[in-house]
Design a protein around this ligand. Structure first.
Ligand SMILES: Nc1ncnc2c1ncn2[C@@H]1O[C@H](COP(=O)(O)OP(=O)(O)OP(=O)(O)O)[C@@H](O)[C@H]1O
Ligand SMILES: [Mg+2]
Length: 305
């Protein structure tokens, strides 16, 4: 399965949430590959705590592969190479967790036919080896989005399940922007149609994910004044109405990740130890991330709406 992680704005929680989904799927036994297609800012090594590729690798990353400088992109075995002790050994029953980083200093680049072919070949090869391939795309109507829409329109990939996760924060600007990225001019649906995708099939393969959502009823907000609590609840309801109006309502939302203090301070994988042993992270966050990882492959959640 190919899973594209997209967002219109930057800083939505796209990389951190999708890396945690990859981690949770690997823990449950899937072989998972995580591809850094954020070409302008290839920093996903940071979330996995990979010392040599915090900002991408020196040679042979995703930029080098797609631009034809190497025949295979570099791979990092996260269990073996992470600096975080809690992740250092692959737990019993866990699958592979492999990061394909970008190139250090690599930037955005315009897409050509040769790149689409290389991207298609890579997806085909990885699909044989991995259960889930998660691709973190540059924000906005980016070349990365164009590239994967072009690759997945090719007949060679027609037998592969493709799912899109569009991340947004819980604010008016983020909701409007996410709707624009999917349904707006030159958005994913528009661009996909122009590249030969079927509109319905593509629309049904897209779900939204709300990240870093404050809960007005959480213990952290228990101390606020009654007027503030009432205002927060009203805001939350207005955002729900706004999202539904723009076709990002509950039925189109795959999951909601609560605002997590650990992630406000540090982009990282949230382990069970972070909740049970050191108790720095909230159990609700792990529950939400695990639920998202489950929903990803639950066909019922992806039926036509
Ligand atoms: N659930 C959460 N609670 C609190 N903070 C979060 C949560 N999810 C992500 N964050 C934080 O928000 C910031 C942005 O997240 P992240 O880097 O994943 O977003 P992004 O959409 O990939 O951004 P970019 O476009 O810059 O790549 C990070 O500091 C991250 O740790
Ligand atoms: Mg990111």
């Amino acid at each position: 399965m190919l899973v594209f992680a997209a967002s219109d704005k930057g800083g939505t929680g796209r990389s951190v949430t999708s890396a945690n989904i990859a981690f949770r799927r690997a823990l449950s036994g899937d072989d998972v590959a995580y591809l850094d297609f954020d070409f302008g800012s290839p920093t996903s090594g940071t979330v996995f705590d990979i010392p040599g590729s915090l900002r991408g690798v020196e040679h042979g990353g995703m930029h080098s592969y797609l631009q034809g400088r190497v025949s295979e992109p570099d791979r990092v075995d996260v269990w073996a190479e992470t600096e975080r002790d809690a992740l250092r050994f692959r737990p019993p029953g866990a699958g592979q967790l492999v990061l394909l980083p970008g190139d250090r200093g690599g930037g955005e680049f315009a897409v050509n036919r040769e790149m689409v072919r290389r991207c298609t070949d890579l997806f085909l090869r990885l699909e044989e080896e991995f259960d889930v391939i998660l691709i973190d795309l540059s924000a906005g109507r980016s070349y990365a989005v164009e590239l994967v829409l072009a690759a997945t329109s090719k007949p060679e990939l027609s037998g592969i399940t493709v799912r899109w996760l569009v991340f947004h924060r819980w604010t008016r600007q983020h909701i409007a922007a996410a709707a624009g990225l999917v349904f707006g001019d030159r958005g994913i649906l528009d661009a996909g149609l122009a590249l030969g995708h079927q509109e319905e099939g593509l629309r049904d393969s897209i779900r939204f994910v709300r990240a870093a959502v404050p809960d007005p009823d959480s213990p952290e907000l228990a101390h606020v004044r009654p007027a503030q609590a009432a205002w927060l609840r009203k805001c939350d309801q207005d955002l729900k109405d706004f999202a539904a109006e723009l076709k990002l309502g509950r039925s189109k939302t795959l999951g909601v990740v609560p605002l997590e203090p650990v992630l406000q301070w540090r982009e990282q994988l949230i382990t069970d130890d972070d909740v049970l042993a050191s108790r720095v992270a909230n159990i609700e966050t792990v529950r939400a991330l695990t639920a998202l990882a489950d929903e990803l492959t639950r066909d019922k959640s992806w039926e036509a709406l």
